[in-house]
Write a protein that binds this ligand. Structure first.
Ligand code: NAD
Length: 381
């Protein structure tokens, strides 16, 4: 099969779904590779580097779509891109099938098979294809770098001839994949790091990464805000009040707050409220990784950097992985390559779209002119 990767058309998107390295690996599976000219430019991969890795370069998007059997890209296709898909062609990309009904319908009408990267089940066997986690890891790391870039002081404490510098205090709200990456990064830069999550089971992970877990003064402990199937669910009003009271108490001491709290299929919970922001020191920084889903902080504006009246900087960028396009492309293309490896069990360049395979079944959202989303519940946990 020929695997093709176009240039991303979404404004500002710098990632690419195939790198010269991943192309070499795809060729070991028996596939040929093709990119649209310039596809890797913004991520630092030149056409020449692809050619050296044995990749063909198509001169236009139309030529790429016409030549490829499988289209691998990062963002869900635009309508124009979807209309280039054809019967017997497979698309692999992020797709957000739950929120993209019309696009799903369009791909069905085109007769294409679509595998949505965010539908890869989060089970051990599929970790190597888990693009949500690899992108969340980058977002968590980059959030700390972005905070450091905006914070006018050191993270680490220092005793210098010119005076003593206290370490920055960093609070991470939500200790999922992004939050844990942020904890690791902030701690390694020398900050004193605190973290909170409604799932009490993450306290140990938080502490093992060098942060202090923030416990609430709540009689039923964190358990009430906790989990369903490893994910957070909506907290009770009493739990939420205890959480907000704790945040109010610690807000004036925090120099940097990174919020990552999400509940599947719901808007981001509002957790860092105006009065907490008003109590923070001038020059403090909030990075709201939940901005795309409405934000955890009041005053977050998606894709903007806002400075409040009291001098607190609120960053609501929604493109953190794209801001580290080289790294994000390397990890994403590896996730895609692993999915293609599972689709090519004989390593003979022939795709075997095995709908009996839980991982492939879950990711498949359209197949041969039918919508196959949502998938049935997983057979294995
Ligand atoms: P996410 O991005 O959906 O949410 C981020 C975090 O926000 C979660 O830890 C959640 O508990 C927390 N949160 C929600 N409401 C909150 C609130 N009010 N206050 C504070 N925190 C709040 O999460 P994620 O990073 O995608 O991962 C979450 C779950 O998925 C975890 O159980 C994780 O172990 C699991 N997971 C499994 C795999 C795998 O097995 N392959 C991979 C990744 C994640």
């Amino acid at each position: 099969m020929k695997i093709g990767t176009p240039r991303e058309v979404f404004e500002g998107e710098a990632r690419v779904a195939m790198t010269p390295d991943s192309a070499l690996q795809l060729q070991k599976l028996g596939h040929a590779c093709i990119i649209e000219t310039g596809a890797g430019d913004k991520a630092g991969f030149s056409d020449a580097a692809y050619k050296e890795a044995g990749v063909e370069v198509a001169e236009s998007r139309e030529a790429l779509y016409a030549a490829a059997d499988v289209i691998a890209k990062v963002r869900a296709p635009s309508d124009e891109e979807a209309k280039l898909l054809r019967k017997d062609q497979t698309l692999i990309s992020f797709f957000n099938p739950a929120g993209n009904g019309e696009l799903l319908e369009l791909c069905k009408e085109q007769g294409a098979t679509v595998l949505a990267m965010e539908m890869i089940p989060r089970i051990s066997r599929a970790q190597k294809m888990d693009a949500l986690s690899s992108m969340a890891n980058i977002a968590g790391y980059r959030a700390v770098i972005e905070a450091g870039n905006n914070y006018g002081r050191f993270f680490t404490g220092q005793i210098t001839a010119a005076g003593k510098v206290p370490p920055a205090k960093v609070l991470i709200v939500g200790a999922g994949v992004a939050g844990l990456a942020a904890i690791g990064t902030a701690t390694s830069l020398g900050a004193i790091t605190y973290a909170f999550d409604v799932r009490p089971e993450v306290a140990e992970q938080v502490e093992s990464m060098g942060a202090e877990f923030v416990y609430l003064d709540f009689e039923e402990e964190q358990a009430d805000g906790a989990s369903s199937g490893g994910y957070a669910s909506v907290s009770s009003p009493e739990f939420r009040e205890a959480q907000l009271a704790k945040f109010r108490e610690i807000a004036p001491q925090m120099d940097i707050v990174i919020t990552t709290a999400l509940i599947p299929n719901r808007p981001a919970p509002k957790l860092w409220l105006e009065d907490m922001i008003a109590s923070m020191k001038p020059g403090s920084v909030i990075v709201d990784l939940a901005a795309e889903r409405g934000g955890n902080a009041e005053g977050t504006v998606p894709d903007e950097r806002v400075v409040t009246d009291n001098g607190v900087i609120i960053i609501g960028y929604t493109d953190f992985p794209s801001r580290m396009a080289a790294q994000a492309s390397s990890l994403y293309s590896t996730n895609v390559r692993h999915l293609l490896a599972d689709l090519t069990p004989e390593k003979d360049g022939v795709i075997n779209h095995n709908m009996e395979d839980d991982v492939i079944r879950s990711a498949t959202v359209t197949r041969e002119g039918e919508i196959t989303f949502p998938p049935p519940p997983l057979k294995v946990a």
